[in-house]
Design a protein around this ligand. Structure first.
Ligand SMILES: *[C@@H]1O[C@H](CO)[C@@H](O)[C@H](O)[C@H]1NC(C)=O
Ligand SMILES: *[C@@H]1O[C@H](CO)[C@@H](O)[C@H](O)[C@H]1NC(C)=O
Ligand SMILES: *[C@@H]1O[C@H](CO)[C@@H](O)[C@H](O)[C@H]1NC(C)=O
Ligand SMILES: *[C@@H]1O[C@H](CO)[C@@H](O)[C@H](O)[C@H]1NC(C)=O
Ligand SMILES: *[C@@H]1O[C@H](CO)[C@@H](O)[C@H](O)[C@H]1NC(C)=O
Ligand SMILES: *[C@@H]1O[C@H](CO)[C@@H](O)[C@H](O)[C@H]1NC(C)=O
Length: 725
């Protein structure tokens, strides 16, 4: 009856693999993991005789050699196949295409050769595919494009050749990364690359790609990291890249790119690394934004670059010729218009005088005196203005005063244009209650997030109205309030409701907490100081809605994905769709479904039919705090079988707490937690998380106390002056 067998990270050896034949008798075995041992020899064919119910096969980090047996294709229920970092050789068997339920396929760091089998296209559930660091050759099969769920593809460090298939860069599911670096790919980058609008990391570096950088790349608005260094790319950096607002690193070095360094790089506030060296860029470089942080920019090996100030060791631009040229150009543009205007005026006067002399027209108003004359002239010039001015006069925008501020009015048409007719390229997220789009209104240059409600779903109206109420009655720097709203009819006369928020460049806290989302970028890991700040800010927002509003407001869905981070990492509590005001005389027992909330964060008393209270939010906050410290979601496998995150951490507290802290919390230079930090910050934080998440609501502290405690911890932390936040 054995279900799971985990023997990972030991020193087991397996020359003859006889244990394997024995395991084929365990007909209930679903998961087998033996990663990080000293298993050698090759995988036996009897692997195909393991139970067909098999789900997990984890053998990474051993010394397994030889071919992958075709029989592995018998394990049709496999969801995870991980044999990374071994010495496997030969071709990847075609039978891999039988593993229809596969979600992760990791064969990276082996010596596999031959082509990538096109049967991989049959793996319709595949989410992550790692074949990097092998000797794979030939073309990338276009059929990989049929893996509609793929969010991560790594083919880096192989000998793949041919061009990048259009189908590959048309996979809008790719969100974590597409890494084709260090191969022998040639041809140009397909225009379809703009389809990758959810992608965070794109790496085409060190291939033989040619042609221009496609301007459609500008549609990949959530791109964090772009690497195309070491190719044969030509032409300019396309102006369309100005929309890559979230970008953190760009490397286009060692290509044949030319033209000027675009000024819009100055506006990329998250950009921390820009490498344009060894190209043919020329002209003056921009000098603000990232260009002031000289360690973050590399421009060497571009002979034609100059700067208007002493910066980055560049020569000063030969300024005077450029200026006079500009002035001359300006004059050349202006003189003709002035001449034409003067000439027309003279003609007009001449014509009027001639006609008047001949008495062909009578100007009765000539006798009315000076005043009327100027009035008429004024009207006349007004008319001219109307005819000539290219921008039609701005319509007066009706405004609704709310909370003493005026909201900008947004029409359905504006939203249509900003989201490119609700194009999937602009979609950030989508649930049954609605979709969130990213876009920009014509009148404004900053990006906004537009939440469009799906009004056919029960509860959606309530969500919309409560968010409007939050807009109307709150004001706090750590709350995500809508900027404005749009409530109207759409083209088919159906009701249409949308809220417009500031676009949060740094996304949600959830994206920052989990290591698989770090994309290997060190700056994307939250250090202890940042975690303390974020927790304090969220607590402050909760204290405000619980204790400073009448009636109090309960959020009911506090969790990392509802905490958004602004460009300076300020935390904002968002998504009030499930929130409820606590009206004193409205006693209603709500069912769990009415409360909303998310498994793992929902207070246990709600499950027993208790009324909504601020204590429910305190519970969720406690879970959140424990999650931020341990890097473990409350739904993590570690907490199965009735052990909650609270109980688990409680059982380790205080002596063994160090074992379960998120290892990423410390920056590299402090691998171990300094003892003072531990006593003064981490222990009180864990204790606070535990006290907030106790089962009995009346034993939980109020948000005001929580806030005070967190501020105290933050103060203490800041006093360890040696460590920067
Ligand atoms: C797998 O099972 C079949 C049928 O029981 C048997 O004939 C075959 O020898 C087994 N293969 C291996 C490699 O053990
Ligand atoms: C395994 O796959 C087979 C065939 O697809 C199916 O009948 C069976 O129910 C699956 N077993 C499990 C545990 O999913
Ligand atoms: C893969 O799917 C195609 C049809 O989509 C089918 O013709 C082919 O036989 C499948 N291959 C495997 C190995 O399952
Ligand atoms: C795949 O293997 C690589 C090591 O080669 C490892 O870094 C990576 O985390 C693995 N990915 C998954 C999802 O198991
Ligand atoms: C892909 O694999 C290479 C080589 O193993 C590795 O260096 C790189 O970080 C991986 N890329 C991603 C996006 O994980
Ligand atoms: C890139 O520039 C180098 C050096 O000028 C030249 O040899 C090479 O042909 C150029 N490649 C392309 C694709 O223009």
């Amino acid at each position: 009856n054995l279900n799971k067998l985990f023997l990972g990270n030991n020193r087991l050896e397996a020359e003859d693999w006889s244990f394997f034949t024995a395991l084929t008798n365990c007909t209930q075995l679903l998961q087998l993991s033996m990663e990080g041992n000293n298993l050698n020899g090759s995988l036996p064919k009897s692997v195909g005789n393991l139970s067909t119910n098999f789900e997990w096969f984890k053998f990474g980090g051993n010394q397994i050699s030889g071919r992958i047996p075709d029989e592995l294709g018998n394990l049709v229920n496999l969801t995870l196949l991980d044999i990374n970092s071994n010495m496997l050789s030969g071709e990847i068997p075609l039978t891999i295409g039988n593993l229809r339920k596969l979600f992760i396929l990791n064969l990276s760091m082996n010596k596999l050769s031959g082509q990538i089998p096109s049967t991989i296209g049959n793996l319709s559930q595949l989410g992550k595919l790692y074949l990097d660091n092998n000797n794979l050759s030939g073309k990338i099969p276009a059929r990989i494009g049929q893996c509609k769920m793929l969010n991560m593809l790594n083919l880096s460090v192989n000998s793949l050749d041919g061009s990048i298939p259009d189908e590959l860069v048309s996979m809008s599911s790719l969100s974590l990364g597409l890494d084709l670096s260090n191969n022998k790919l040639s041809g140009s980058i397909p225009q379809e690359v703009g389809t990758l609008s959810n992608l965070a990391l794109l790496n085409f570096s060190n291939n033989q790609l040619s042609g221009q950088i496609p301007s459609s790349l500008g549609q990949c608005v959530v791109l964090l990291s772009l690497n195309m260094e070491g190719n044969n790319l030509i032409g300019n950096i396309p102006p369309a890249l100005t929309s890559l607002h979230a970008i953190q690193r760009i490397d286009l070095s060692e290509n044949n790119l030319s033209g000027e360094v675009p000024v819009f790089f100055e506006n990329f506030i998250s950009l921390a690394h820009l490498n344009l060296s060894y190209n043919y860029f020329e002209g003056p470089i921009p000098i603000s934004g990232i260009f002031q942080r000289t360690n973050s920019v590399s421009l060497e090996g571009n002979k034609g670059l100059c700067a208007n100030i002493h910066i980055l060791n560049l020569p000063i631009c030969p300024s005077s010729p450029a200026k006079t040229k500009n002035n001359k150009r300006l004059l050349l543009k202006v003189i003709p218009s002035i001449t034409i205007a003067l000439f027309s005026a003279l003609c007009l006067i001449f014509a009027l005088v001639t006609l008047w002399k001949r008495r062909m027209i009578s100007f009765s108003w000539f006798n009315y005196g000076h005043r009327q004359c100027t009035d008429v002239l004024r009207q006349f010039s007004g008319m001219l203005n109307m005819l000539c001015s290219s921008n039609p006069k701005r319509r007066e925008v009706p405004t609704t005063p709310i909370n003493n501020e005026t909201l900008k009015k947004v029409s359905y048409g504006d939203i249509l244009k900003a989201t490119n007719w609700f194009s999937s390229v602009h979609t950030i997220s989508s649930t049954h209650t609605g979709s969130v789009y990213v876009g920009r209104f014509k009148s404004d240059k900053s990006l906004v997030a537009i939440k469009v409600f799906n009004l056919n779903q029960p509860g959606t109206y309530e969500s919309y109205f409560i968010e409007c109420e939050v807009l109307r009655s709150t004001r706090h720097r750590n709350l995500m309030r809508p900027l404005t709203l749009c409530s109207t009819l759409d083209k088919e006369n159906h009701e249409f409701k949308a809220l417009i928020f500031k676009f949060m460049v740094n996304g949600s806290l959830e994206r920052w907490l989990y290591s698989e989302q770090h994309y290997g970028i060190k700056d994307r890991v939250l250090c202890l100081g940042q975690r303390i700040c974020i927790a304090t800010e969220v607590a402050s927002a909760l204290d405000y809605i619980h204790n400073h509003l009448t009636p109090p407001l309960v959020h009911c869905d506090v969790k990392p994905s509802n905490i958004l981070l602004d460009d300076d990492m300020t935390a904002r509590l968002g998504d009030f769709g499930s929130a409820k005001f606590l009206f004193p005389d409205l006693v209603s027992l709500e069912s769990l479904a009415d409360i909303g909330g998310t498994i793992g964060y929902i207070a246990p008393e709600y499950g027993m039919g208790c009324q909504i209270s601020t204590g429910g939010d305190v519970y969720s906050f406690g879970v959140l705090l424990l999650e931020m410290l341990t890097g473990k979601q409350p739904t993590d496998d570690t907490f199965a079988d009735g052990v909650s995150i609270h109980n688990f951490i409680d059982s380790m507290f205080p002596d063994r707490v160090a074992e379960i802290l998120d290892p990423y919390m410390m920056h590299e230079e402090h691998q171990v937690y300094p003892a003072e930090w531990f006593e003064a910050c981490i222990k009180p934080l864990v204790a606070l998380g535990l006290s907030c998440s106790v089962v009995s609501p009346k034993d939980r502290p109020g948000m005001q106390d929580v806030c005070a405690k967190l501020c105290a911890v933050k103060e203490t932390f800041l006093q360890f002056g040696d460590f920067s936040l």
